[in-house]
Design a protein around this ligand. Structure first.
Ligand SMILES: Cc1ncc(C[n+]2csc(CCOP(=O)(O)OP(=O)(O)O)c2C)c(N)n1
Ligand code: SF4
Length: 298
């Protein structure tokens, strides 16, 4: 299925309260386009939830549940169980598949919601978990999360003359999820919409749990002009910071290989969260990216 074959119908309305250029809105819009209207969403507290549902308005044109910061996966697994039970009762649901999708930010997924996520994946619920990864707790003022990259400055890992920003590497969520033995794990980017939508569609079709981590540039937290959101996502992939891959039934497949990887500096120098970096810091980051890319055959 190519991009032009995806439905034109918009299940995520414009007019939400996200910052201009917000990548989270693009995640939701593309994901719903791919999943279609037979979808129920559980959305963890965070920017995506706050900006899309200022009472009494909503940007969601599918059934949507706001859940606590920490339990999107638990609520989604309950919805999946309820749908299965109602399907068994004649007349409640037809034969059509109902997609259950949980959306959580990186804080809501890699940190506080991790236990609920791990449990839902391990129990084998037929659901899709989409981690929209803007690499910090954006809704509450750009605090670091387990998914914040090495040396990025946030309000709780502030760069100064001694501290070089975040001092730990980014948590490797796709590999942690793959270690649960679930049938489908993928990385994606809003800047490669066709790839992302195909992955969402596949994740919905899989029988069992599926996990997609989509990198979501955030104009406010990363510090770049709003009109550059798509370009930021492209640079992440073109420099090898964010490889696009799938792990399907344990089999790893790289989805995109740049003709020539761009130097990491091109990605770092256009973001305020990295403006403190010195040439020696950039070479350290470049080395870690090179090692990761070697591992992935990129
Ligand atoms: C138990 C609990 N602790 C803290 C909060 C406050 N809180 C709301 S949203 C949020 C940050 C969410 O970060 P993330 O999941 O990365 O999503 P983003 O805002 O970046 O989209 C925090 C700390 C909360 N709602 N509940
Ligand atoms: S802070 Fe970032 S994630 Fe939150 S609404 Fe603004 S651009 Fe979107």
């Amino acid at each position: 299925m190519t991009g032009s074959q995806f439905p034109r119908e918009e299940l995520f309305a414009p007019g939400h309260r996200g910052c201009a250029g917000c990548g989270a809105a693009i995640v939701a819009r593309l994901a719903l386009k791919a999943a279609g209207k037979n979808t129920i969403v559980a959305n963890a507290t965070g920017c995506l939830e706050v900006m899309t549902t200022p009472y009494p308005e909503t940007a969601w044109r599918v059934p949507w549940v706001h859940v606590a910061f920490e339990n999107a996966a638990a609520v989604a697994s309950g919805i999946e169980g309820a749908v299965a039970a109602l399907k068994r009762k004649k007349g409640k649901y037809g034969e059509e598949k109902v997609n259950v999708i949980a959306f959580g930010g990186d804080g809501g997924t890699a940190d506080i919601g991790f236990q609920a996520l791990s449990g839902a994946m391990e129990r084998g619920h037929d659901m899709v978990y989409i981690m929209y990864d803007n690499e910090a707790y954006m809704n509450t003022g750009v605090q670091r999360s387990g998914s914040t990259p090495f040396m990025a400055s946030t309000t709780t890992s502030p760069a100064g003359s001694h501290i070089r920003g975040e001092n730990r590497p980014k948590k490797d969520m796709p590999m942690i999820m793959a270690a649960h033995g679930i049938p489908y794990v993928a990385t994606a980017s809003i800047s490669y919409p066709e790839d992302f939508m195909k992955k969402v569609k596949k994740a919905c079709e899989v029988n069992g749990p599926a996990f997609i981590q989509v990198l979501q540039p955030c104009t406010t937290g990363w510090g770049y002009p709003a009109e550059n959101t798509i370009e930021m996502g492209r640079l992440a992939v073109e420099t090898g910071v964010w490889p696009l891959f799938e792990i399907e039934n344990g089999e790893f497949k790289l989805n995109y290989r740049p003709l020539k990887r761009k130097p990491i500096e091109e990605y770092l120098k256009v973001q305020k969260r990295y403006r403190h970096l010195k040439p020696e810091d950039i070479s350290v980051i470049q080395k870690t990216i090179d090692m990761k890319c070697d591992e992935y055959g990129l």
